[in-house]
Design a protein around this ligand. Structure first.
Ligand code: FEO
Length: 393
């Protein structure tokens, strides 16, 4: 990645991964990603904020060489996940004098995951600082802005907040700063949904904590830098709020078209009632799109045929994912079909037990849907419309 200047003696030195299309063998990356690392040259000491994914470590080391870094005093590790920490051993091999600065928990993770020896660390507590001479780094613990050890680093004099995953987006772009706001916010929302949404409550506290600091720039370790921090702070405040929208997520899978017909019929009924519907055929869908839609939808309807006695495995997978992501969805139900008997509803409910959902009457047809099933879907659509009218937004 080209070296880019944020402020005097503050450089972006990480790497863009234009072609990466999957993260954690799970998360689709339609627009690639970046692993941002930042070099800060103080009058007395030099520090690197985070590293990069290990596949890109030579790019990071080349950039440090191009800038002419002869001595790297500190490597600040805000988060132990390997897309930011994986190149630390290579940096330490090139700069044997470097000390890794992080909190106690992150230190133990880095020792476990990357086998970095204990004597290579300086540990810091919440609010502690390190001086680089004319620049001061302040460390603020912000647990669960992805993992329990996450923290942010505040560069006081230059008013920059280095947040690692927090406020990031999986987006490879040549822009250093946010230029295409809608594109960045869409990717940031997708990222929030996939990574941050399960920790909504604690994120509220962390936002309050970081807002007490003085900064005019948020520099995450994925995606572009926010030179207008209000843009992403306001977006996060909306996503973590209790507000839900008049939206139904209809995630379904079908084997012999019965469930598909019911899903299509229900979609039209909901549209007729002024409800925004987002159907996701689970065999085709991008799970990131589904996650992003869950950020503010009021209702989720899972559509599934019965395979043997349970729901289709694709529906179980979707329910498990929803359960892990813990969206603020208020209402849920199941529609679908069965051949002879089944426990689709019970199994789906069990798989979404983390969520505080009000379940609406399910609609299950025996075989091909008949008039009584379509009538039941009409009733369900009415019920959803009624519930959505009560939303206290
Ligand atoms: Fe970008 Fe949680 O690592």
């Amino acid at each position: 990645m080209a070296i880019q200047n944020l402020k005097p003696d503050v450089y972006s030195v990480g790497s863009r991964d234009w072609d990466r299309r999957l993260f954690d063998s799970l998360i689709p990356l339609p627009d690639g990603t970046s692993y941002n690392a930042y070099l800060i040259k103080g009058s007395e000491k030099t520090a690197l904020i985070d590293s990069v994914d290990p596949v890109k470590s030579s790019e990071l080391l080349d950039n440090l060489k191009k800038i002419g870094v002869k001595k790297l005093d500190y490597l600040i590790s805000n988060h132990a996940e390997q897309d930011h920490s994986g190149a630390i051993p290579d940096v330490l091999a090139s700069f044997p004098e470097t000390m890794v600065v992080t909190n106690e928990k992150c230190k133990s993770f880095l020792m476990d995951h990357l086998l970095i020896p204990a004597e290579k660390f300086i540990t810091v507590k919440d609010g502690e600082t390190i001086s680089l001479g004319n620049k001061t780094l302040e460390f603020v613990l912000t647990p669960w802005v992805h993992w329990p050890e996450t923290m942010v680093t505040h560069l006081r004099e230059d008013k920059i907040l280095f947040t690692c995953d927090f406020f990031g987006s999986h987006l490879a772009t040549s822009d250093l700063y946010v230029k295409e706001e809608p594109l960045v916010l869409e990717n940031a929302k997708r990222y929030y949904a996939e990574i941050m949404m399960p920790f909504r409550t604690i994120i509220k506290k962390n936002i309050k904590k970081v807002e007490a600091l003085e900064f005019d720039m948020i520099a995450p370790s994925h995606g572009p830098v926010f030179d207008k921090p209000k843009v992403i702070l306001d977006a996060y405040k909306d996503w973590i709020s209790d507000r839900v929208e008049n939206v139904v997520i209809l995630a379904y899978v079908s084997m012999h078209e019965s469930t598909e017909k019911m899903a299509g019929y229900l979609t039209d009924l909901l549209i007729d009632r002024g409800i925004k519907v987002k159907p996701f055929n689970l065999i085709e869908t991008d799970l990131g799109e589904l996650a992003m839609s869950l950020v503010d939808a009021a209702t989720i309807v899972l559509g599934t045929p019965t395979v043997l006695v349970g729901p289709h495995p694709a529906a179980v997978y979707a329910a498990t994912l929803v359960n892990a992501l813990r969206p603020k969805t208020r209402f849920a139900t199941v529609i679908g079909s069965f051949g002879w008997a089944g426990q689709a509803v019970e199994t789906i409910q069990k798989n979404m037990s983390n969520l505080k959902l009000e379940y609406l009457e399910p609609v299950l047809s025996k075989g091909h849907p008949k008039k009584s099933d379509y009538d039941a879907l009409e009733k369900l659509a009415d019920e959803i419309a009624k519930k959505h009218k009560t939303l206290d937004n």
